[in-house]
Design a protein around this ligand. Structure first.
Ligand code: M6R
Length: 613
């Protein structure tokens, strides 16, 4: 959940690390710190709060040097405070560590080290790592070996970078399990390390991603990687296609607003290379799927968390309706514990923006153990979920910085639709005319999303009217039921207003008791097969004095006579309607949160990638 940035080269490490940390602040923003090595001494600056506090501190008490490490934290052990902020020094001040993950056996290690006379200065689990390295260094006289020995003592999943005043020409980086990525950016006479690509992509696009159980020695002009057993590894150098400008806010007030508007581009990009425009066929080369395997698939288990799980729920309907393959959706944090009946002819399909969500990776591992084929739909290039899978669909959404996911929700909806059409085609279920119709519908979506976005000012006015509500109920049916869940999640995570998403037909079985003139009921009542049923829900809510806000199809003349407020969307083929119908709900949540003066991009208690279980 935390962010790591490190640098070694000829330039001053401090501004490079601080600028990198700013790009990772979405990962955690409780506290931040930096350590730089200069003239044989490690200088540390760290404080509670966001990077701008750290920046101010460094301006007051400057540090500089050609090698350094930095961290932005999402607290797990110990409150967000100056003393708990990373980097953490060892007792003699010669070793310093930044760390992502949780040392699960830290209490035992802490007792052991305390018994040996070590005095702890923080409540964190990470501090044990710094002390252990110092202890092993005293014997090994080699930083790499000391880190290797330390890793052998740690339980849990970890990503870390270590610097030592005694070996000033190198940084040691390591990854154990799924606690976020460790990317090494290879420059000319300089190297960068980061937990996430956006932190360093402006400096180099040539990157190596450490696998679990790998440790790297990184010098300014070369690096080498070994596994835990000490065997040399030749890692694959990858070129990152991202444009660094897309990781900037541009003229938008917030990343979230920018990312909402980027959906037109992201959805167009996701079609490129996948749609054969001459033959109206879908090709998904990244899946590495042969016809025989495609024919043999019996069931697909979709697993994901949060917004990605909502995309999976839409995916279930798409895959079952179009490809006629049974699909089960399991929230990733429950996957292992549900002991699902997964066989060799089944697929476990993980959906993840970050590709580093610990629960999702654990679900993938479970799927692997049970012998399933592993697929993923992932945004972050080079992430674990992308690398672990047998086949992957890359979202092409570009970096998503706002903690509330928007474009990384609609992009996988398109991917799931393409997957459904592709599988149906390979399995011989589609007539030519049906296939052409389905693909043509897909091509309409970017411009329909653009039309929905043009109505932002109208939605903002509705948000202004409702910004002081205490709660909201979101109702949807059929393929738009997950959109009710997603709309409610968007509102609650950035505005802190309690919101419930419900299958519309369930309202009468309980939630209707909540409906009064104070409670807005947001209904997705677009023109689809469930329209008449949704109109009944509107009537039921109105009969109890509820205030109804409807997402409705342009041209609908009935809905204005019933609903209090309308968020219009263009008419969209129903299987793809979630992509368009969610747009006003994203905008609504965004404008309520901004009207309340809240930190939209970094809402309280949340982090962009959740790398703890
Ligand atoms: O990176 P992932 O897609 O795996 O993340 C999953 C969830 O943590 C994420 O969607 C979360 O629910 C977002 N904050 C939603 O906006």
């Amino acid at each position: 959940m935390c962010g790591i940035v490190a640098y070694i080269g000829e330039r001053d490490a401090t501004p490079i690390i601080i600028e990198g940390l700013k790009k990772l602040e979405y990962r955690g923003y409780d506290s931040a710190g930096i350590a730089v090595l200069s003239d044989g001494l490690i200088g540390v600056r760290r404080d509670a709060g966001k990077i701008r506090r750290l920046e101010a501190l460094v301006a007051e008490q400057p540090i500089s040097g050609n090698i350094g490490i930095g961290h932005t934290r999402w607290a797990t052990h110990g409150a967000p405070s100056q003393q708990n902020a990373h980097p953490h020094l060892s007792a003699n001040g010669r070793v310093v560590v930044v760390h992502n993950g949780i040392v699960e056996n830290y209490l035992t290690l802490r007792e052991e080290l305390s018994a040996e006379g070590v005095e702890f200065r923080s409540e964190t689990d990470t501090e044990t790592i710094a002390h252990l390295i110092e202890k092993f260094y005293a014997v090994e006289k080699d930083l790499f070996r000391a880190v290797q020995k330390t890793l052998q003592r740690l339980k849990g999943a970890h990503g870390l970078v270590v610097m030592s005043a005694d070996e000033p020409d190198r940084l040691i980086a390591a990854r154990l399990g799924n606690a976020g990525g460790v990317a090494i950016g290879v420059g000319e006479g300089e190297m960068f390390i980061a937990s996430d690509v956006p932190a360093i992509v402006e400096h180099t696009r040539n990157m190596v991603f450490l696998e679990s159980g790998q440790i790297a020695i990184i010098r300014k002009d070369h690096f080498q990687v070994e596994n835990l057993a000490g065997k040399a590894v030749t890692p694959k150098l990858q070129t990152i296609p991202w444009d660094p400008v897309s990781a900037e806010k541009g003229n938008y007030r917030h990343f979230m607003q920018k990312e909402i508007h980027e959906q037109v581009r992201a959805l167009s990009d996701t079609l490129i290379g996948r749609v054969d425009f001459d033959n109206y066929r879908i090709k998904l080369d990244g899946l590495n799927l042969d016809e025989q395997t495609a024919m043999s698939i019996q069931k697909i288990f979709i697993t994901a968390c949060g917004t990605a799980a909502h995309a999976g729920m839409v995916g279930k309907i798409l895959l079952e309706r179009i490809a006629r393959i049974p699909v089960e959706v399991l929230v990733a944090s429950e996957f292992r514990y549900a002991d699902p009946i997964v066989g060799e002819n089944d697929v476990v399909l993980a959906i993840s923006q970050s590709g580093e969500t610990a629960d999702t990776l654990a679900a993938m591992e479970e799927g692997r153990k049970k012998g399933a084929l592993l697929w993923s739909i992932v945004n972050a290039i080079g992430s674990q979920a992308m690398r672990q899978a047998d086949g992957c669909i890359s979202m092409q959404a570009g970096p998503e910085i706002g903690v509330a996911s928007t474009k990384a929700f609609t992009a996988p909806l398109m991917d799931l639709y393409m997957l459904a059409v592709y599988l149906a085609d390979v399995r011989g279920l589609l007539s030519r005319s049906r296939r052409i119709e389905l693909v043509k519908d897909l091509l309409k979506i970017p411009s329909l999303v653009e039309k929905a976005l043009e109505r932002e000012p109208e939605v903002a006015l509705i948000a202004e009217k409702f910004k002081d509500v205490k709660g909201a109920l979101y109702l949807g049916r059929g393929i738009n039921m997950p959109i009710a869940y997603e709309g409610a999640l968007k509102l609650k995570e950035i505005s802190y207003i309690h919101a419930e998403g419900y299958p519309a037909g369930e309202m009468k079985h309980g939630p209707i008791a909540l409906v009064d003139k104070e409670l807005p009921v947001v209904v997705i009542a677009t023109k689809d097969d469930w329209y008449d049923k949704m109109i009944s829900q509107v009537e039921q809510a109105k009969a109890r004095g509820g205030k109804v806000i409807a997402v409705a199809t342009e041209g609908d003349e009935l809905i204005p006579t019933l609903a209090d407020e309308i968020m219009w969307v263009p008419k969209t083929p129903w299987l793809l309607s979630p992509v368009v119908d969610v747009i006003p709900l994203q905008i609504f949540a965004y404008h309520i949160a901004t009207a309340l003066g809240l930190d939209v991009d970094q809402p309280r208690n949340l982090a962009k990638s959740v790398t703890v279980e």
